[in-house]
Design a protein around this ligand. Structure first.
Ligand code: LRH
Ligand code: MN
Ligand code: MN
Length: 399
C-alpha cells in the first residue's frame, strides 16, 4: 500500500469506529453546581429527573454520540419504587435516549461522617449496604448494566480508625453487593486519592480497586475517573495495565488543573486525553464489544451546561479520532528498531492532525449537522427552557 492509500484505509476504519462511539452523560451535570464557596444558579436548569433527560436528549440529538444518561441516587430519586424507575426508563426512550449506569451515593447523609461501608458502627454499614442493594433494584427496573461505586470513606487523622479493619469492612460490603448482581450486571469501583478524607482514603488508587475487584470476580471492574489522581500520574499506563488484565470497566471523564476540578474533558490537557485514548485503542477498548463504559463526570459551574456537555462529547470524539489515525504499523516498526524519535513522531503526527473535518464528515454521513454547537445554539432549546422552567426548585449537584 502506498502511504496515501494506507492513510485512506485508516481514515475509513476510524470513521466506522467514530460512528458507533457512545459517551454517557451524567444527569447531575445538567443541574446547578459550584464549589464549596458558591453555587451560581443558571436559568432554565432542570427541576426533575425527566427534565434532565430532556436536556440529555438534546446533547444526543446534536452529537449522535450520547445515547445514554447516568443516574445518581438519591439525586434522581422518583416516586413509586421500581415501577417509578421503569417509567423513567420508558420516558428516556421516548426522548431518544436510555438510562445508563446507576451511581450510588453513600456520602451525603450525616450518618456517614466517619464513613459508609467502612464505618466502625455496624448499623451505619448496614444502612450503606442497604442503599447499594436498593441501587441494584433500580438497575433491575431500568435495565442498567452498571452500578457505580464511589466511597468517600476515609480518615482525617492518623490513628482515627484502623486502616486494616476498614479494608475488611469494605471487602465484606462489596461481597454482599456483588452477590446480589444479576448475570448481566456489573459493579464498577471508582478510586480517588483524597477528598473528602484528607489523611487516608479507603479506596485511594487503582491498585486498591483492582485488588478488591480481583477477589470479587469478573463482574467487578475498575472505574478510572481522570480527575482522581495525584498531579503527574501517568493515567494512560493505568489504562493500559487494566485493559491488559481485563479489568477496565469504565471511565469518568473530566479534566483538571489541580485536584478533582470536574472541568470539561479535554479542556485542561487534550494531549493526555489523546494518550489515554491511544491506550484504549491499543488494548481493544474501542472494539464494539469491549464493554467499557465511557462516561462523563463533570460539573459546569460557570459555563452553560448543555453546550458544555456537547463540547465535552466533541472533545472525546476528537481525541479518539486522533488516536485512531496513529499509523500502528509505522509505530511498531519504529519501536522494533529502537528508533525513539521516529516512534514519538508517529504519535505526534496523529496528535497534530486537524480531525475536525473528518468528524464533520462523520456527522454528515449520520445525517447530523456537522456543527453541533452551532446547531444547538440555533435550535432555540436554550431560550425555550429559560422561558418554560420557571417555578419549582432547580436541580443541583447534590439535590
Ligand atoms: C467523586 C465522584 C464520584 C461521584 C461524583 C459526583 O468525586 O467523582 O463519581 O459519584 O463525583
Ligand atoms: Mn467520578
Ligand atoms: Mn470526582
Amino acid at each position: 500500500m502506498t502511504g496515501s492509500t494506507a492513510h485512506e484505509a485508516r481514515t475509513v476504519a476510524a470513521k466506522a469506529v467514530l460512528k458507533r462511539q457512545s459517551i454517557e452523560t451524567p444527569s447531575w451535570a445538567y443541574g446547578n453546581s459550584g464549589t464549596r464557596f458558591k453555587v451560581f444558579a443558571q436559568a432554565g436548569v432542570p427541576r426533575t429527573p425527566r427534565e434532565k433527560l430532556d436536556d440529555a436528549a438534546q446533547v444526543h440529538a446534536f452529537t449522535g454520540a450520547a445515547p445514554t444518561v447516568a443516574l445518581h441516587i438519591p439525586w434522581d430519586r422518583v416516586e413509586g419504587g421500581p415501577e417509578g424507575y421503569a417509567k423513567l426508563a420508558a420516558y428516556a426512550e421516548e426522548r431518544g435516549v436510555k438510562l445508563g449506569a446507576v451511581n450510588s451515593n453513600v456520602f451525603q447523609d450525616d450518618d456517614y461522617k466517619l464513613g459508609s461501608v467502612t464505618n466502625p458502627d455496624p448499623a451505619v454499614r448496614r444502612k450503606a449496604v442497604g442503599h447499594l442493594l436498593e441501587c441494584v433494584d433500580i438497575m433491575d427496573a431500568t435495565g442498567s448494566r452498571d452500578l457505580k461505586l464511589w466511597f468517600s470513606d476515609g480518615t482525617n487523622y492518623p490513628g482515627q480508625d484502623d486502616l486494616r479493619d476498614r479494608q475488611d469492612r469494605l471487602a465484606e460490603a462489596l461481597r454482599t453487593v456483588y452477590a446480589r448482581l444479576g448475570d448481566d450486571q456489573r459493579m464498577v469501583l471508582e478510586y480517588k486519592l483524597f477528598e473528602p478524607a484528607f489523611y487516608a482514603t479507603d479506596v485511594p488508587d487503582w491498585g486498591t480497586s483492582y485488588a478488591h475487584c480481583l477477589k470479587l470476580g469478573e463482574k467487578a471492574q475498575v472505574c478510572v475517573d481522570t480527575g482522581h489522581h495525584a498531579p503527574g500520574t501517568n493515567i494512560e499506563f493505568i489504562v493500559a495495565f487494566l485493559l491488559r488484565e481485563g479489568r477496565l470497566g469504565a471511565f469518568d471523564f473530566n479534566s483538571r488543573f489541580y485536584a478533582d476540578d470536574d472541568l470539561m474533558v479535554g479542556a485542561a490537557d487534550p494531549f493526555q486525553l489523546f494518550r489515554i485514548l491511544y491506550e484504549v485503542r491499543r488494548g481493544g477498548g474501542l472494539e464494539a464489544d469491549s464493554g467499557i463504559a465511557f462516561m462523563l463526570d463533570q460539573c459546569h459551574n460557570i459555563e452553560a451546561k448543555i453546550p458544555a456537555i456537547i463540547r465535552s462529547v466533541m472533545n472525546v470524539q476528537e481525541a479518539t479520532a486522533k488516536a485512531l489515525l496513529i499509523d500502528a504499523e509505522a509505530l511498531a516498526a519504529a519501536q522494533r528498531e529502537g528508533d525513539v524519535l521516529a516512534a514519538n513522531g508517529v504519535l505526534m503526527d496523529a496528535y497534530n492532525t486537524d480531525v475536525r473535518p473528518l468528524l464533520e464528515e462523520v456527522r454528515e454521513e449520520l445525517g447530523l449537522d456537522p456543527d453541533p454547537m452551532g446547531a444547538y445554539r440555533r435550535s432555540g432549546w436554550q431560550e425555550r427552557i429559560v422561558k418554560d422552567r420557571v417555578g419549582g426548585v432547580q436541580a443541583g449537584w447534590g439535590a
